[in-house]
Design a binder for this molecule. Structure first.
Ligand code: GLA
Length: 429
């Protein structure tokens, strides 16, 4: 029986119990009173059934701050192997990334092999022993993530989970998987020909509900990452289908144009994020080589302001000191991982100059001044405009310098395609 069947079945039981209790008390009451009471009670019952009693899916309590880790896709794509994943885990430890908070080592698409006669999925020859790989990753104090699709095929046309959801969830749990990215792809094939778009979207939501239920049934804590590129305003229903995070956009790539189109388009989504439930503007491209250091600093700063998952997407075994300093900027990571879990938003846009603000725990505030333009320019932050106190202590999160007490605001030259990021806290007299 599917989860929808369970819900519908429970509702039928509710209706039947309700009607028999109404009939039991109605004997001996005049007819018009009976009719009016029945009508009122029926409307009340309808409202009761239509308003979700528990609008959130059962919460797995995971991802209380945005997940941090690494994913194979942006650098290795379809070529990723067991050896690459082990090397990523090794580098995560030796570089200091693990100690900076990066935990998940996520294998993306193309690990999938054939199903056996019982329908059990096996990894392909690039991943000879998934359980051994999980054991290895766990032995480093890290967690292992995997990828599948609710369709028959993944985006790279490998086997998806359609019709095998419970079986696959159990296989992942048996292997020791801690994170699942569930990428719509193959299901789109079934949705596209449907003329009724609501029905197509319902099919998609049911597919996510189904895998969420299957993951819960394994009793293994597995972070559930929805990937369907933001269709049907996923941020409005992601938590209700059990998502810990949901992609809000199409795929990122290692260019300033695509990274900024995706990142700055996140304005307005702040209210949908909270501990356990995050907007995901896609994985990081820091260190993949096609953006300048200032541009990668914009990428990292913006993702932190957005309370976005920080999933590095580069080859961790070959990092320059500059890449390491960007990915392991502890001041910026602390903004991303702020325990209050409130996403930041744009508070000022003036041509290429944007100011974003994020409320932090302990009445602190992060502000980022982005220069999306083509020349270095002075930008001014006004505390009054942002409704902040007149005097605040400030720290520059990229130079790691305390700026002391600021009065009324701050003005600085921000490099083109660059950022100034500050952490503001109460000024004690
Ligand atoms: C989609 C996703 C990517 C990646 C690929 C794998 O494009 O959005 O993040 O997972 O599929 O095929």
């Amino acid at each position: 029986m599917s989860l929808t069947d369970v819900i519908l079945d429970r509702q039928n039981v509710d209706i039947m119990a309700f009607h028999s209790s109404v009939l039991a008390v109605s004997r001996g009451i005049p007819r018009t009173v009976k009719f009016v009471s029945m009508a009122v009670l029926s409307i009340a019952m309808l409202v009761f059934l239509l308003v979700p009693r528990n609008s959130q899916a059962q919460d797995n309590q995971l991802a209380q701050t945005p997940p941090m880790g690494w994913n194979s896709w942006n650098h290795f794509a379809g070529k990723v192997t067991d050896a690459d994943v082990r090397a990523a885990a090794d580098a995560m430890v030796s570089s200091g990334m693990r100690d900076a908070g990066y935990v998940y080592v996520n294998i993306d698409d193309t690990w999938e092999g054939e199903r056996d006669a019982q329908g059990v999925i096996h990894s392909n020859s690039k991943f000879p022993d998934m359980k051994a790989l999980a054991d290895y990753v766990h032995s480093k104090g890290l967690k292992l993530g995997i990828y599948s699709s609710p369709g028959d095929k993944t985006c790279a046309l490998f086997a998806g989970s359609l019709g095998h959801e419970e079986q696959d969830a159990q296989t992942y749990a048996d292997w020791g998987i801690d994170y699942l990215k569930y990428d719509l792809c193959g299901l789109g094939k079934l949705m596209r020909p449907m003329s009724d778009k609501d029905a197509a979207n319902a099919l998609m939501k049911q597919a996510y509900i189904k895998m969420h239920a299957a993951l819960l049934k394994t009793h293994r804590p597995i972070v559930f990452s929805l990937c369907q590129y933001g269709w049907d305003r996923v941020w409005e229903w992601g938590p209700a289908v059990g998502g810990n995070l949901w992609r809000t956009t199409t795929d990122i790539n290692d260019t300033w144009a695509q990274m900024t189109v995706i990142g700055f388009a996140q304005a307005g989504l702040a209210k949908y994020a909270s501990p356990g439930h995050w907007n995901d503007p896609d994985m990081l491209e820091v260190g993949n080589g096609h953006m300048k250091p200032d541009e990668y600093r914009v990428h990292m700063s913006l993702w932190a302001m957005l309370a976005a998952p920080l999933l590095a997407g580069n080859d961790l075994s070959k990092m320059t000191p500059e890449t390491e300093s960007i990915l392991m900027n502890k001041d910026v990571i602390a903004v991303d991982q702020d325990p209050m879990g409130k996403q930041g938003d744009r508070v000022r846009a003036d041509g290429p100059f944007e100011i974003w603000m994020r409320p932090l725990a302990n009445k602190e505030t992060a502000v980022a001044l982005f220069n999306r333009g083509e020349s270095d320019d002075a930008m001014t932050l006004s505390f009054k405009e942002l409704k902040l106190p007149e005097n605040l202590m400030a720290r520059d999160l990229w130079t790691h310098k305390d700026l002391g007490k600021l009065h009324g605001g701050y003005t600085a030259v921000v490099p083109h395609h660059g950022v100034l990021m500050l952490r503001l806290s109460e000024a004690k007299n």
